[in-house]
Design a protein around this ligand. Structure first.
Ligand code: 6R9
Length: 667
């Protein structure tokens, strides 16, 4: 029998417990707001939250978090200097908030459902079990010399021991640095060195889509150039042995020797909780730093209100824990709320394209949160893969990571959700810590426009800037999306590079947090993200978002997905170049289809937006988190294939070669 802890040595008896007992209280809609004068609607509450942010956030922080000592200052921020501090004076422990307080009220409630690669082999872990794993691991880390303020690197796929590792760091006051377990040895080693970790936690092998990956071997290679690494903790995901050295620690065996009780460290609100590396516009990845109280509070309240999460629900976020979405909505938000959260180890098409919906049926998932890229992929395979399964448990469908085109949105809403579930297109970033713009919360039947993130979350005040850095005050406007005042979940700095943090986020529009994204505010004041600003094309002086063109191209029934980039054009400044992937089994004459697509764009947007060139490709280059790498496509179009830039995040480098070859042949 396979167990919570890999390799079946630890916690065998836990499986004997009856799981899923309820009995935790159900909170009414934001009960904290009862004390806010004159607040009777969602929009009044939003208005209150931005105009009285101290009162608003203080009430939530007191209500939602358990403190060891109370904070004395709600916030002390100066965005222009990149100074962001929340809940100073307060002390708390994040693992106590995510575990101990729920163990007190409902110890046998399921905290984690580990959806392993093989369907039907899920493993459930209760709050009591997860606390015990966390404590044993916390004690082991302490014994191996990890102190408050150190940073532990975690290189693991989604699994209970990965979550326990994150929480064990939080328990003893160490920061964690989760590196997506698909990164290469070079990328891992760069991140370990930058984070100055002396401990790395990994598994012997990963299992994904029926294939094994040699994670321990990758760590072995990576740490060769990390002289600070003293120990590598290895847990056994599979039965296959791996070579162990003096430096390596058999994690599960050592955990058994540790006490199951571990004193939580009293942390200041602004102590570091974790860092997470993400790519910027330059080559070097940046380690964004999140701190304790503000991050946890923001993850918890956005999780509860954006998705309408209630006690007893099963939350299914399929993002990997190596990304911010996995941190905030597979781990911290749901656990802070005492929820049941799914850890998804597999892929959307393993063993077949029905995987998500079969899982929804089997685990009775109530909120499903995934990426548009996966929706577009599944849409290609047809409705039958969805309709085979009972999806009546679903209440809310979420998307994140990139703009969702209308066709994918409609398919998600109609076919997956049977027109019953609101689709929440959630906009946010590693930098923002949690969701900032989303259709919900709002009055239950408030409108949701396909492909629009719609409404700012409580405490978020979005503004659009014009090219001169002036705030655009009217509606029906396009501009650079900034956020006008700090919120608790925002990143505090870039590890070891506060200057870069200030330059990138605080100084472009002094006094505002600059997101790097473009957005449209509709006539009715709703927000739509148009894509990274570096993905906006200027054609003959007209600004056009690549996402807008893609949206139209994707509406063509033959097209599965597309990517549009700008390239330098003698006359127009920039031309429009589209890459299109056709649906399986489509047999169309490329010349005819190309003309059809160009006409469609002229018709739906404007003639200037019509692609100058359309290249049909088998696949698009993507990062491992599923983002299309338009930067690389732009270089290919411009013939600059020797300077493709940082490719460390590319999922499959062969795709790039395929596209270069077909580009050279045809254009
Ligand atoms: C959470 C996450 C952030 C960038 C962000 C934006 C894009 C995310 C989006 C979206 C349109 C949405 N993005 N959500 N674009 N609509 N709903 O993805 O974090 O990996 O840091 O990426 O992703 O461009 O700036 P991260």
């Amino acid at each position: 029998m396979s167990l919570i802890s890999f390799g079946s040595r630890v916690f065998r008896s836990y499986y004997l417990h009856v799981l899923g007992r309820r009995g935790c209280s159900t909170a009414a809609f934001m009960p904290e707001s009862a004390g806010f004068d004159g607040v009777s609607s969602r929009s009044a509450l939003h208005e209150f939250s931005v105009s009285n942010s101290e009162t608003f956030w203080a009430a939530l922080a007191r209500h939602r978090l358990s403190w060891m000592s109370p904070f004395h200052t709600v916030h002390d921020c100066d965005l222009s200097r990149g100074r962001i501090r929340w809940f100073e004076g307060g002390k708390l422990n994040v693992s106590v908030n995510c575990l101990d307080r729920h163990v007190q009220t409902c110890p046998e409630k399921v905290a984690l459902i580990w959806e392993k690669d093989e369907p039907g082999s899920e493993v459930k872990v209760t709050y009591r079990q997860l606390l015990e794993m966390t404590c044993r691991l916390g004690n082991l880390l302490r014994r191996r010399g990890v102190k408050k303020g150190d940073c532990v690197t975690i290189y693991m796929p989604p699994c209970p021991l990965a979550v326990a590792s994150m929480l064990a760091c939080a328990r003893i006051g160490a920061a964690h640095n989760v590196v997506f377990a698909g990164f290469s040895a070079d990328s891992l080693s760069e991140r370990i060195r930058d984070a100055q970790s002396s401990i790395v936690i990994t598994v012997n092998q990963g299992v994904r889509g029926g294939k094994l990956t040699q994670l321990k071997k990758t760590v072995d290679t990576a740490v060769q150039s990390c002289p600070n690494v003293r120990h590598v903790f290895v847990s056994m995901r599979t039965e296959n042995p791996v070579a162990m050295t003096e430096r390596d620690v058999d994690m599960e065996e050592e955990m058994l020797k540790e006490d199951a009780v571990c004193e939580p460290a009293a942390m200041d609100s602004e102590d570091v909780l974790f860092m997470l590396y993400t790519s910027g516009s330059t080559g070097k990845p940046k380690g964004l730093v999140h701190t304790q109280a503000g991050y946890l509070l923001y993850a918890a309240v956005t999780h509860r209100y954006v998705f309408g999460y209630s006690d007893g629900d099963v939350f299914g976020c399929v993002a990997d824990i190596g990304w911010i979405t996995g941190h905030s909505y597979a781990v911290y938000g749901p656990l802070a709320n005492g929820g049941t959260t799914v850890l998804f180890e597999s892929t959307p098409i393993y063993p077949d394209p029905g995987r998500y919906w079969e899982m929804v049926q089997r685990l009775k998932i109530n909120q499903f949160y995934g990426a548009p890229t996966a929706i577009r992929l599944l849409l290609k395979y047809g409705d039958q893969w969805v309709q085979k399964y009972d999806r009546s448990s679903l209440k809310t469908l979420g998307t994140v990571g990139e703009p969702i085109n209308t066709e994918a949105w409609q398919w998600y809403y109609s076919v997956v959700g049977g027109e019953r579930c609101p689709v929440v297109d959630t906009w946010w970033q590693t930098e923002t810590g949690g969701i900032c713009i989303a259709p919900r919360p709002s009055e239950p039947d408030a409108e949701i426009i396909p492909g629009m993130a719609m409404r700012p979350f409580f405490g978020i005040k979005p503004v659009l800037m014009d090219s001169k850095g002036k705030v655009l005050t009217s509606n029906d406007a396009n501009g650079a999306l900034c956020i006008a005042q700090p919120w608790p979940g925002m990143a505090r700095t870039i590890h070891n590079d506060h200057e870069r943090f200030k330059d990138t986020y605080c100084q472009q529009y002094p006094g505002y947090f600059s997101t790097g994204d473009g957005a449209h505010r509709s006539k009715d004041g709703y927000y739509q993200i148009t894509g990274r600003l570096d993905d906006v094309i200027n054609v003959s002086g007209h600004r056009i978002g690549t996402a807008e063109i893609e949206d139209v191209v994707n509406q063509c029934p033959e097209v599965a997905e597309s990517a549009v980039v700008g390239y330098s054009h003698d006359i127009k400044g920039e031309g429009v170049y589209a890459f299109a992937v056709l649906k399986k089994s489509v047999e169309a004459e490329e010349g005819v289809l190309s003309k059809q697509l160009k006409d469609l764009v002229s018709q739906k947007i404007a003639k200037y937006a019509s692609p100058d060139c359309i290249q049909f490709v088998e696949r698009l280059p993507k990062t491992r988190s599923g983002k299309i790498m338009r930067r690389v496509l732009r270089k290919i179009v411009e013939g600059d294939t020797s300077g493709l830039g940082d490719l460390s995040t590319v999922d499959d480098p062969a795709v790039i070669q395929e596209i270069i070859q077909s580009h050279d042949k045809h254009f």
